[in-house]
Structure formats: structure tokens, C-alpha cells
Design a protein around this ligand. Structure first.
Ligand code: MG
Ligand code: MG
Length: 268
């Protein structure tokens, strides 16, 4: 799940994690990664986004974890998110609500975002999954977004700064002819789902540019659109879509700064 950028309720203090805390966050991250892998294997034409939700919700419970998004309250929305997964299809960017009526069809892409709370620490990861055969242009959008995440992860090194992470995404996306979404951003993560700092997918000189230090964990999550980056909310007040109806891709990993370089926590 993303943060709404420049939210007034955003915390300001960056909490660094000890090695034992990072070990716990690795387990939360592994749990999320297993759920996303299971969801990926289910995605096919004819499957509903609720089918994905049911499997994910069960897996999270069986792992002894709590679904982080279910019941998550966002003051700007005024209600609680109803599901364990966000499932966002095609022009839906983030925060889509799983539904029995939303049947995936050949050529769609579905963004699946999953968060868990395990042993006091959060994990949060998202991926974009192709439904059957997709158009080459859609495949390229996914590839560039995934590459932007990888380039940002490379910057998670002690001594670099937040803007090195933000700038890595922006530079790759814009050089490839796409745009980043501005209203939703990545975030610090740990004992809270959304901690400081906010992690936009572009350099915003209006925000602080803290130095990255060992123990800092960021949920980095490029949201990239093929057309205009303008967004709007559907009437459910959760689902963010591109205003022009163009496709969007989203990938997210939680990454720690360590003395050995970047550590991706949300992998199997
Ligand atoms: Mg997420
Ligand atoms: Mg997130």
C-alpha cells in the first residue's frame, strides 16, 4: 500500500532498525513474498480478483501473520480498507478492491499489493502480473518499471541520500518515455506500515533529503504510467486510476541499508 504524498499525518522521525529487528522484518517480508508467489501462480484469464484475495487471506492467517491492509484506516478516505490485497487492473494504479465481479481477461495486467504484520513488524510488497499474452507495449511498461525499482534498490547504500533513490526511478522512467505518479509514494516501514520518510518516485525539492544510514528500511514502489500521470479516484474512494485511462505498472520491495549494501527483505 502506498502513502498519499505530503500527507499532514506523515511521521517525521526516521527509525533505524537493529540487526535483530531486520531479521524479524526479513520474516515479514518472506511471508509477503510467498503470498505474492502463490497469487502469481493463480493469475489466468477467467480468475476473479476475489479469488486471489481468498487465497492470500488464508495464507497470511496460516502463517500466523495479520493482513496489514485489512481494516487500515485512511483519514482522507474516511473508511477502512476491506481486504488483505490491493488488486488494481490496467488503468487502475493502486488500492483496487478485490471483487468477485472483476474477472481477469487475456491481455490485462493486474497489480497485486500485499502487506502483513508478523511478530511486530510490517512487510509490504507489490508486483504487476500479466494475464496470459499481453501487448508488447504493456510488456515494456512493466519491464521499465521493474528496472526502475532495481536501480533505486542499488542506491540503498550507507552515505547516499533519499534523492538518489527517488532520482534513480525518475531518471529511468522519464528517459524511457513514461511518467511517474506523483500523488502516491513509497515510505519507511517497520513497527508501523507507513513510517518516515516519504519516498516519492521523483525528486521533490520541497521535502528533506536525509542521508541513508545502516538500519534504514524503505518500501520503494515506483508507479509508472504509459500516458499522462494525472490520477483520479473511483467512487469507492480507494481505487486510484489514470485520468486518461492509460495502463499503469507498480512494483514494490522493502529494502534495508546494511554494511553489506542493499538487502531486499521481501523476497522468498
Ligand atoms: Mg504495498
Ligand atoms: Mg507500500
Amino acid at each position: 500500500m502506498t502513502r498519499t504524498f505530503l500527507s499532514k499525518t506523515a511521521p517525521r522521525i526516521i527509525v533505524r532498525k537493529s540487526p535483530s529487528e531486520l531479521a524479524k522484518m526479513r520474516e515479514s517480508g518472506r511471508c509477503v513474498a510467498r503470498v505474492l508467489a502463490a497469487v502469481r501462480s493463480l493469475v489466468a484469464p477467467g480468475v476473479s480478483t476475489m479469488d486471489l484475495e481468498v487465497v492470500a487471506d488464508k495464507m497470511i492467517r496460516e502463517a500466523g501473520a495479520k493482513a496489514a491492509f485489512k481494516g487500515y484506516y485512511v483519514p482522507a478516505v474516511g473508511k477502512r480498507f476491506p481486504a488483505a490485497l490491493c488488486t488494481s487492473v490496467n488503468e487502475e494504479i493502486v488500492h483496487g478492491i478485490p471483487s468477485k465481479k472483476r474477472i481477469l481477461k487475456e491481455g490485462d495486467i493486474v497489480k497485486v499489493d500485499c502487506g502483513v504484520l508478523l511478530d511486530g513488524y510490517y512487510g509490504d510488497s507489490a508486483t504487476t502480473i500479466a494475464v496470459g499474452e499481453i501487448a508488447p507495449a504493456t510488456e515494456r511498461l512493466m519491464k521499465i518499471t521493474r528496472e526502475a525499482l532495481d536501480l533505486a534498490i542499488d542506491q540503498m547504500v550507507d552515505g547516499r541520500r533519499l534523492f538518489d533513490v527517488c532520482g534513480a526511478v525518475q531518471k529511468h522512467v522519464e528517459a524511457s518515455g513514461y511518467a511517474v505518479v506523483r500523488e502516491f509514494v513509497g515510505h519507511g516501514i517497520g513497527k508501523q506500515l507507513h513510517e518516515a520518510p516519504q519516498v516519492p518516485n521523483y525528486i521533490d525539492p520541497k521535502i528533506r533529503n536525509p542521508r541513508l544510514r545502516e538500519g534504514i528500511v524503505l518500501a520503494i514502489e515506483p508507479m509508472v504510467v504509459a500516458g499522462s500521470p494525472a490520477t483520479r479516484l473511483l467512487s469507492d474512494r480507494w481505487t486510484a486510476v489514470t485520468e486518461d485511462g492509460s495502463n499503469a505498472a507498480h512494483f514494490e520491495h522493502c529494502v534495508a541499508v546494511t554494511d553489506n549494501g542493499p538487502w531486499i527483505l521481501t523476497e522468498v
